[in-house]
Design a protein around this ligand. Structure first.
Ligand code: ZN
Length: 130
C-alpha cells in the first residue's frame, strides 16, 4: 500500500523537514520493523537526508545549490525552470530508512528533508512501509 503525504511549500527553494511526518505515518500504520521508502513524484523537487539539528546546515546547502545551479543561465527548456530540474536530480527522488520497533533508524543528527526547487506549491510525497 502506498501512503501519501501532502507538503505545502512557501518559497521558490526550500528544505522542508519531513522526519516527524514520516514517523507519524509509521505510528498510524502500526508498522514495527523493516524499511520505509519515501519517494517524491515530481521533477522539480527532491528528497535528502542531512543534518536536522542546526537549521543553518540546510540553509547553507540551499545557498550553495542555488549558486552552483543559477536560476538563469541560458537554459533551453521553455518552461523556465531548468535550475529546479537540475537541483532535483542532484538531491534524488527517493530515500530508504530502516525502521526498528516502530521508530525510524536515523543517526543522531540526521533528518529527512523534502527539497523544493520550484515553489511555492502543494506537493505529494509517497511512502511505503515493507
Ligand atoms: Zn520544467
Amino acid at each position: 500500500m502506498i501512503h501519501e503525504i501532502t507538503v505545502k511549500t512557501g518559497r521558490q527553494t526550500e528544505f522542508v523537514r519531513l522526519t516527524e511526518r514520516v514517523q507519524e505515518l509509521i505510528e498510524e500504520q502500526g508498522f514495527d520493523s523493516g524499511r520505509c521508502l519515501v519517494f517524491v513524484p515530481h521533477t522539480t523537487a527532491g528528497i535528502t537526508i542531512n543534518e536536522g539539528a542546526d537549521p543553518d546546515v540546510v540553509h547553507d546547502m540551499l545557498k550553495e545549490l542555488n549558486k552552483i545551479v543559477p536560476f538563469e543561465d541560458g537554459y533551453l527548456h521553455a518552461e523556465g525552470n531548468s535550475a529546479a530540474h537540475i537541483k532535483a536530480s542532484m538531491m534524488g527522488s527517493s530515500i530508504t530508512v530502516l525502521v526498528e520497533n516502530g521508530r525510524l533508524v536515523l543517526g543522531t543528527w540526521q533528518a529527512i528533508f523534502f527539497c523544493e526547487f520550484d515553489g511555492p506549491r502543494t506537493r505529494k510525497v509517497f511512502a511505503r512501509l515493507d
